[in-house]
Write a protein that binds this ligand. Structure first.
Ligand code: ADP
Ligand code: MG
Length: 677
């Protein structure tokens, strides 16, 4: 048997049908089977009854001394029988699994896994261990309906009983194995499935995690090097005098953090190196001005810039801000979105191609095929965009290798920044402009709503404005709309003539949204009732209240984004969370919001509470999928892996060295798929 052999026809018991079932789990070859590791173990070793603790999950072995009977009640049912263990008759019951009755045969031997009730000396069964179920430390595999746990054990045992393990090559260089006392790969594979005890398993797991993280980091390094090798980025020798004058004419002084990141960005632009930089900064930390300055610098060097935003509203807002500041100093800008009229679009494209436009702002429409730049030097992406490897490639294939600056207000904990954005350099604005007040956050229950609205009235009377965000209904735009409309009606009837209320939701046309935003901005309305369409970037400094209904439906990151919409001027601002959370988790999120205004602290907590998948949505964030490692829990190891990978990539042609041959092969074979897009 060889590792590359298909399991069908080579592993006894796997025919065409089984093979298809395995295929759906991505298992086709003997190697796939061996590397499909269990995700947990059940301790199914049999212990003396006396040693069992109350509530402990245990395995009992004994002979059946009664038949099973099933009692039905309400919607449920319970199956009861007794088995003899160490001479004691032990009552066993299973809830809602009446079909197990057939397996309970008087006089038969059974092995049952369940929860021990010490006071009653009884067992609540969880499952009857399959034939072939192991007494000991049993692996549990991710599987589907067609492949039973015992079959995994049977097939993998069968494979391990051949001498195929000898073909499992070591991937890690000896040096790393020694340095970190890692288990050899061959032994690790064996012990991932059938460890003799928990300790050995831990060692095997540590080895496989390290391998996974290390290979991943090597891949990231390789991307970095490709980007560099692709050569030179554009050299933009900008006019420092113009840039300086622009900054001096701002109504405020840049913070130290802003000065630092601007420096990093401008020197990247000036140099022949290709810039690939992530600009992180909490909402309101002043990223936009940095982006504007960079675009101005590009213009003075004779290059065009593109600024991409995730939504049309945001693109529009950027366009207004940019044109307000840059028009009068001779920077020509325009906007392009999916809703741009054909005639305008044509005109814009011509001006762009002829180099008459310096700055183009818009949504993803900016990098579509028919959009041709005269000399694009800088691409800036704002919020939520992960500018993937493929998109970068597409740009380069258009004959441009523009510098790239990705701005994000989603505070990404370091943990994730070095994984998701591992191939990027990172600049962080970790300081708020002076005089910014932190937003006072309060959490109240629904029944206090009338009191809150009375208070809101006093804020409105002071000439302030408010956002009221309607509940988020996941995957139902229709319900979102209904909720927003209901809330809007409630607000209108509550305030009557005392406040001007308006409604904004995702189903509105671009023009309508624009008009609603304009009138709010110009204080023709006092309260903007909205779905989360305003989530990112909207800037209305006179708004002092952010009220979020059913706030527990939102994640921490999103709540923080919403809160960032207020506290933008110099007036005291408030965030009111209205929620009766049902879950512990929901309650925790509400309390955390009232405790901190720091986005980075929040995102770390969010990660702790929800795990990576939920926070970023793997697909959306381009977060890679790890099989054995957990980038939060195994953060330390991830850092070690990153440092080692960086060190190895610095070696002259490391892949030519014999100790790295296998590693290089493994790297080439490891499918990273579209994890980076
Ligand atoms: P971000 O995009 O990071 O959320 P913005 O760039 O929209 O933040 O900035 C928020 C507000 O702060 C804007 O009104 C901007 O003009 C202002 N601002 C930016 N930098 C400073 C500064 N150094 N001092 C005072 N105000 C600033
Ligand atoms: Mg912004």
């Amino acid at each position: 048997m060889k590792l590359e052999d298909s399991i069908q026809g080579n592993v006894k018991g796997i025919g065409e049908k089984k093979s298809l079932a395995f295929q759906t789990l991505g298992v086709e070859t003997v190697k796939d089977l061996l590397f499909h590791f269990p995700f947990r173990y059940e301790d199914t070793s049999i212990k003396p009854l006396q040693e069992l603790a109350d509530g402990e999950k245990v395995t009992l072995k004994g002979s059946l001394i009664t038949e099973a009977s099933v009692n039905y009640y309400g919607r449920g049912n319970r199956l009861n029988f007794r088995m003899l263990v160490e001479g004691n008759p032990i009552p066993v019951n299973f809830f809602n699994q009446p079909y197990l009755k057939n397996k309970i045969k008087l006089g038969g031997e059974v092995l049952i896994y369940g929860k021990w009730d010490r006071a009653r000396s009884s067992l609540t069964g969880m499952k009857i261990l399959d034939e072939g179920g192991e007494d000991g430390f049993s692996p549990i595999y991710h599987t589907n309906q067609s492949i039973k746990q015992y079959e995994w054990v049977k097939f993998i045992r069968q494979v391990l009983d051949t001498d195929v393990l000898k073909d499992v090559e070591e991937t890690l260089p000896e040096e790393l194995i020694q340095k970190y006392r890692l288990m050899a790969r061959r032994d690790a594979v064996l012990n991932m499935h059938f460890p003799k005890d928990a300790l050995v398993y831990e060692q095997a797991l540590r080895r496989m995690k390290f391998e996974e993280l290390f290979l991943f980091q090597m891949k990231i390094q390789s991307i970095r090097h490709q980007e560099k090798e692709f050569g030179k980025g554009v050299e933009m020798h900008y006019d420092t005098f113009v840039v300086q004058a622009f900054l001096e004419n701002l109504p405020f002084q840049l913070t130290d953090a802003q000065v630092r990141v601007l420096d990093e960005i401008l020197s990247d632009m000036d140099s022949p190196n290709h810039m690939l930089r992530l600009l992180q900064g909490d909402v309101g930390s002043g990223k936009t001005i940095i982006a504007m300055t960079a675009m101005l610098a590009a213009k003075t060097a004779g290059f065009q810039s593109a600024l991409m935003a995730p939504t049309e509203i945001l693109a529009l807002q950027h366009f207004e801000e940019v044109s307000a500041s840059l028009d009068r100093i001779g920077v020509n800008s325009s906007i392009l979105t999916g809703n741009t009229k054909e005639k305008e679009r044509k005109e814009t494209l011509i001006r762009l191609k002829e180099g008459e436009l310096d700055v183009l702002i818009g949504t993803h429409a900016l990098i579509q095929d028919d959009v041709e730049y005269k000399n694009l030097g800088l691409v800036i992406t704002d919020e939520q965009h992960r500018f993937g490897v493929n998109q970068r490639r597409r740009l380069r294939e258009k004959g441009e290798n523009p510098d790239i600056l990705a701005m994000t207000a989603t505070p990404i904990p370091r943990t994730l920044a070095i994984t998701v954005f591992g191939e990027m350099d990172v600049s962080i604005i970790d300081e708020m402009p002076a005089g910014r007040q932190s937003v006072l956050t309060k959490w109240v229950k629904h029944k206090q709503m009338p009191t809150v609205l009375e208070w809101l009235q006093t804020e409105i009377e002071k000439g302030n404005q408010a956002y009221v965000i309607s509940p988020l209904i996941e995957e139902s735009e229709a319900l979102d709309l209904k909720n927003a409309t209901d809330l809007f009606n409630d607000l209108q009837s509550f305030f009557g003539v005392r406040a001007r209320v308006d409604l904004l939701h995702g189903k509105m046309k671009g023009e309508e949204k624009k008009e609603v935003m304009r009138s709010f901005k110009e204080h023709e309305t006092d309260i903007l009732c909205s779905t989360t369409v305003i989530e990112v970037g909207v800037n209305v400094p006179n708004a002092t209240v952010m009220m979020i209904v059913d706030a527990d439906r939102f994640g921490l990151a999103q709540l923080h984004q919403l809160r960032g919409r207020v506290g933008r001027g110099n007036k005291k601002s408030y965030c009111i969370l209205i929620a009766n959370p049902k879950s512990e988790n929901g309650k925790k999120r509400m309390s955390i919001m009232t405790e901190t205004n720091n986005g980075f602290v929040l995102s770390e907590k969010d990660l702790e509470l929800r795990g990576t998948g939920d926070v970023f949505g793997t697909k959306q964030s381009g977060l890679p999928v790890f099989h054995v490692a957990d980038i939060v829990k195994d953060f330390r190891m991830l850092e070690v892996a990153r440092n080692e990978a960086a060190r190895i990539w610095k070696m002259e042609k490391w892949w030519m060295r014999p100790e790295f041959t296998q590693l290089d092969k493994e790297l080439a074979a490891s499918v990273m798929g579209n994890e980076f897009d």
